[in-house]
Design a binder for this molecule. Structure first.
Ligand SMILES: NC(=O)c1ccc[n+]([C@@H]2O[C@H](COP(=O)([O-])OP(=O)(O)OC[C@H]3O[C@@H](n4cnc5c(N)ncnc54)[C@H](O)[C@@H]3O)[C@@H](O)[C@H]2O)c1
Length: 506
């Protein structure tokens, strides 16, 4: 939603008002709980951290899986990667988290098989390109290790099913890294949606809009203006980074890559990545499925193409989808590379109100206009009227702009729950869910009979069906009817594999 700063403030305050009015007991508990992760996600402490190895110490491996891991729950004792630049980065990250001396003790395994053979390693974290997930996950589980594998679960539905079956066969935990399942921010937003205060929900609009067209040295679009892109150093397009000099020495073909360039820019190619829907869309579809109660879509129509970039990439740079969900709910999704307006998030629209989660940071609530009401929804403060007989709570307009006692309680609890200071950092940041996801994974390993991870292989399989079917619809230019058998790991049935060619400048 395009909101000015005043409307944003009103929306945030409204969310806190609703949260405080509807969830007072839960919030008081969040304020007094020794730690918010276990309180929100119902796990406890463990006596001995799980000893783990990680494969892939690139961006996600280092910045999320290692830097946002909790040493009391998961202790990395080994790692494996194949790019010299990222091997060195892995070492630096372990030093940052554990201190120089202890960080140096994390063993680098030049061969994946050697890490697998390490009997002390109980679990493997996988943060490698999409097309490798199945191999690493299955080999790890078959070697007796529990697995936390980054999203998207795998390159095809058939691969996802094989992973679920291996988890069932070996009895090893398979947890997939859709971190919103462990995000306190999403959990609080979900509590407001579940209260019924939005009325009947008929539409969810989700998006992830980025502008990757600003590049410092633009090999693809010399006609475009250039701008320094501090995040990526040399290229404004994070999917197309410069190949570090030292990585040119990798024998890429020994690991199944056509070149060091394909290894570094794996997201651009069909064989190694899954395009915008796998990388970005899967996050919003996962969040939407949480808001809608994990229902499966009925049908889908997607369109998109490679409309901007003129290099050899195979992935689309614009994708638009319409999913028909059960109960007359339509979910629309757009992910684009040429404009940042509205950022990323989900807007849940009901007959009585709208809940909006933006950029994994802000949650806002707006009341619908009532008959005779002349106020603008985005400029209206609300109160919540609860029904003592157990009916749905109702949003009402108020002229008071003051933070109520309940909203004040919600604000304090929200700040305690949603923000944390990562190890080695000085300023608080939003807990996007990694940290709690890793703690819950470790707790599930120690307590297999009493605790299950939230994003199991089966849950993530459903996310993959939604994301990968969009590629099929877009590339074949036809609607998709979803089948129950696509979600059944025992069935070989799956949406057809998307053809390799993208819809170019269609
Ligand atoms: N949950 C999230 O929000 C989120 C965010 C970003 C990325 N991810 C996921 O994390 C995974 C990694 O993404 P990234 O951004 O870190 O990519 P990246 O390219 O920065 O890192 C991948 C790492 O894997 C290594 N690698 C590649 N092939 C390998 C092989 N055969 N053996 C050993 N190492 C190998 C690479 O050298 C590199 O260091 C992807 O699945 C991606 O979708 C998740």
């Amino acid at each position: 939603m395009n909101l000015d700063s005043k409307q944003t403030e009103i929306g945030k305050q409204n969310f806190l008002t609703a949260l405080g009015s509807l969830q007072g007991d839960f919030l008081r508990g969040a304020l007094t709980a020794p730690a918010v992760g276990p309180y929100f996600f119902e796990y406890g402490t463990i006596d001995k951290p799980v000893k783990a190895g990680i494969v892939g110490t690139g961006n996600e491996g280092c910045q999320a899986m290692i830097e946002q891991s909790s040493p009391a729950y998961l202790e990395f004792i080994g790692y494996h990667d194949i790019r010299p630049s990222q091997i060195a980065r892995g070492r630096r990250t372990f030093q940052k988290i554990y201190g120089t001396e202890e960080g140096d003790k994390v063993k680098f395994h030049e061969k994946w098989e050697d890490m697998l053979a390490d009997k002390d390693i109980e679990a493997i974290v996988i943060a490698t390109p999409l097309w490798t997930h199945k191999k690493f996950a299955i080999e790890a589980m078959e070697a007796g290790k529990h697995v936390l594998c980054e999203k998207l679960m795998a390159h095809s539905i058939a691969e996802c099913k094989e992973m679920v079956r291996t988890s069932e066969k070996t009895g090893k935990i398979l947890s997939i890294g859709h971190q919103r399942h462990y995000s306190p921010l999403y959990q609080l937003a979900l509590k407001v949606v579940e209260s019924g205060v939005l009325g009947d929900i008929r539409h969810v609009r989700a998006l992830w809009h980025r502008n990757n067209t600003w590049t410092l040295s633009n090999p693809h679009r010399p006609d475009q203006p250039t701008m320094a892109a501090p995040d990526f150093g040399v290229s404004g397009d994070s999917w197309c980074p410069i190949v570090p000099t030292e990585d040119n020495s990798v024998n890429a073909s020994a690991f199944g890559y056509k070149s060091p360039e394909e290894l570094v820019r794996w997201r651009l190619y069909d064989r190694t990545g899954g395009g915008l829907m796998a990388e970005l869309g899967s996050h919003q579809l996962d969040a939407c499925s949480l808001f809608l109660g994990k229902v499966h879509p009925l049908r889908l129509l997607a369109t998109g193409g490679k409309f901007f970039f003129e290099d050899n990439r195979e992935c689309e740079d614009h994708v638009y989808c319409m999913y028909q969900m059960p109960g007359g709910v339509t979910l629309t999704y757009s992910t684009i590379n040429t404009n940042t307006q509205e950022g990323y998030g989900e807007v849940v629209m009901g007959t009585r109100g709208t809940l909006c989660v933006m950029n994994e940071r802000d949650v806002m609530l707006f009341k619908e206009r009532e008959p005779g009401d002349t106020t603008i929804p985005e400029e209206t403060y609300i109160t919540v009227v609860t029904d003592p007989k157990g009916g749905k709570p109702v949003l009402k307009s108020t002229t008071s702009t003051a933070l109520t006692a309940e909203a004040g309680l919600a604000k304090t609890a929200y700040e305690r729950s949603v923000y944390f200071v990562p190890k080695g950092a000085t300023a608080p940041t939003v807990n996007r869910g990694y940290f709690t996801e890793i703690e819950a994974f470790a707790f599930a390993i120690r307590n297999p009979d009493s605790y299950k991870v939230r994003c199991t292989g089966q849950v993530a399989l459903a996310d993959a069906v939604m994301a990968l079917s969009a590629n099929v619809s877009m590339r074949s230019k036809r609607p998709i009817e979803f089948k129950d058998s696509w979600y059944d790991p025992a069935s070989e049935d799956a949406p057809e594999t998307a053809p390799a060619s993208v819809v170019k400048n269609a």
